[in-house]
Design a protein around this ligand. Structure first.
Ligand SMILES: Nc1ncnc2c1ncn2[C@@H]1O[C@H](COP(=O)(O)OP(=O)(O)OP(=O)(O)O)[C@@H](O)[C@H]1O
Length: 269
């Protein structure tokens, strides 16, 4: 190999962006059921990576293994260069991985504003309860409020700020759930079926917010979603799982056409 080629390759190695999230050979079992079998994937800076696959493929298990809800039996999870495998969910959240949930977990009797403030607890001196009671010093209170106001502006939630979340349908609830995750000031966002149960208008709004998050803040996003049209429009790459196994990885337009991917969907539903 010539010296010039050597230098060129060296430059490529140096400029390749380090992944924000790097998952290697992940394995997770529930009794005899192998929910994840040797799964590897990575999220690059500013990338939107989608995990897709039929029901029971292991998508939520993958998210749960990344954010510490489940403890994988094998494999590693590295976040911004740090090994976080098997760490507790609260610790992983503090390191900068926030997530939303398939079955939204909000405080339904509380206002939009208070739900978002609950996401700030990792940035206040007390816990969730203290974040809600707001016994912070004046300066801390102003800082927490300013962060939440900005998120409400961004997600167009201002008209709903004082309304209890339980009075809203799925569309607004999912948006509040995203807002609460953003209130944690994450460096990586995990979204579990952010469009599920939404009307077309609500989906379009959510797509817009996700794309703006990436464009304006360079937010890397790992999402699980069933809506293939949405996936094709927003994901840079997709990872296809089936029965806990890896089927394919690549650009949506190319991967979703592959015969093995089509087969996985036809066989799985
Ligand atoms: N806590 C658990 N205990 C036992 N089995 C589980 C648990 N969580 C997931 N599983 C099983 O692991 C497999 C993968 O489930 P998972 O929820 O990860 O799939 P999924 O791809 O997210 O499915 P869906 O699209 O239906 O949400 C399924 O067979 C499921 O029943």
């Amino acid at each position: 190999m010539s010296r010039q080629t050597d230098e060129l390759l060296g430059a490529q190695v140096r400029t390749a962006p380090a992944p924000v999230l790097e998952v290697r050979n992940l394995e997770l079992s529930f009794g005899a059921l192998r929910a994840l079998d040797d799964i590897s994937a990575e999220v690059l800076p500013g990338e939107i990576l989608a995990i897709v696959g039929p029901n029971g493929a292991g998508k939520s298990s993958f998210l749960n293994s990344v954010n510490g809800f489940y403890r994988p039996s094998r494999g590693t999870v590295r976040f911004m260069g740090q090994d976080i495998t098997g760490r507790r969910a609260s610790e992983i959240a503090r390191l900068g991985i926030a997530r939303t949930f398939q079955n939204i977990q909000l405080y339904l009797g509380m206002s939009v504003l208070d739900n978002l403030l609950s996401g700030r607890h990792i940035h206040s001196s007390g816990g969730v309860l203290q974040a809600l009671l707001r016994p912070w010093g004046m300066r801390d209170e102003i800082r927490q409020r300013a962060a939440v106001e900005e998120i409400m502006d961004f997600l167009e939630l201002q008209p709903h700020r004082h309304t209890p979340v339980g009075t809203f349908g799925y569309g607004i609830r999912k948006r509040v759930d995203l807002g609460r995750a953003l209130a944690m000031e994450p460096k990586l966002l995990l979204l579990d079926e952010p469009m599920a149960g939404m009307t077309m208008d609500e989906k379009e709004d959510m797509v817009r917010f996700i794309l703006e998050l990436r464009a304006q803040r360079g937010m890397p996003i790992l999402l699980v979603e069933h809506d293939m049209q949405v996936i094709s429009e927003i994901a840079d790459r997709v990872v296809v799982l089936d029965w806990g196994r890896h089927v394919a990885t690549g650009a949506p337009a190319e991967v979703l056409r592959r015969p093995e991917v089509v087969r996985a969907y036809l066989g799985g539903e």
